[in-house]
Design a protein. Structure first.
Length: 197
């Protein structure tokens, strides 16, 4: 089985904060200040996954976490997404977040995680960039996949970017690891094929 870790990431939390742009006397942005908005904490997995997809589509396969850019900018985008999510009845406003990163997603599959292998096979059936979200009452997580003849990648904001030699290698590792972690904690999933929008 051929796979390697490309780089490590840390999914920082927003700590219930938002960022306010401070302007100078001429009206130009001069600095950014962190503003406490509530007592909640939230990882930035959705925005980090969108940023990985954006940069991969724009620049090719990434080799370092630094290519994701400013964590502060990612946090701002994620905070806006969480605010929009709280204001929508549909409950999944990922399309607005994707648009922030110049992306467009087409829902390809969704369902419950009762059949764990079905989720994995459906992921591998989508060529290109894939945004994956897991959900349960009170929480969720986002991951990314790149399924291509040039290489198969798995991006987890909590862990980093992994490269797999073949789709079979990816399937074996995902089956062994995800079924004891994320697939045990969440009840539903959604997969989107993502392109530059």
């Amino acid at each position: 089985m051929a796979w390697s870790k490309v780089f490590t990431t840390s999914n920082s939390v927003t700590l219930g904060a938002s960022w306010a742009v401070n302007k100078n006397a001429g009206g130009a942005a001069s600095s950014v200040t962190s503003v406490k908005t509530d007592d909640s904490t939230s990882g930035m997995c959705a925005a980090m996954t969108c940023k990985w997809i954006q940069e991969t589509l724009r620049n090719g396969d990434l080799t370092s976490a630094g290519q994701l850019g400013s964590m502060q900018n990612i946090a701002i985008a994620h905070r806006v997404y969480r605010r929009d999510l709280a204001q929508t009845e549909a409950g999944d406003d990922i399309d607005n977040l994707m648009a922030t990163f110049g992306l467009k997603g087409t829902k390809r599959s969704a369902g419950t995680l009762q059949n764990k292998l079905r989720f994995l096979f459906e992921t591998l059936a989508i060529p290109g960039m894939v945004y994956c979200s897991f959900s349960r009452p009170g929480g969720g997580h986002a991951l990314g996949f790149k399924i291509a003849t040039t290489g198969n990648y798995f991006f987890d904001p909590n862990q980093g970017l992994f490269k797999f030699g073949t789709q079979n290698d990816l399937l074996q590792v995902m089956e062994a690891n995800m079924t004891t972690t994320y697939l045990q904690r969440y009840t539903d999933y959604s997969l989107r094929h993502v392109v530059a929008g």
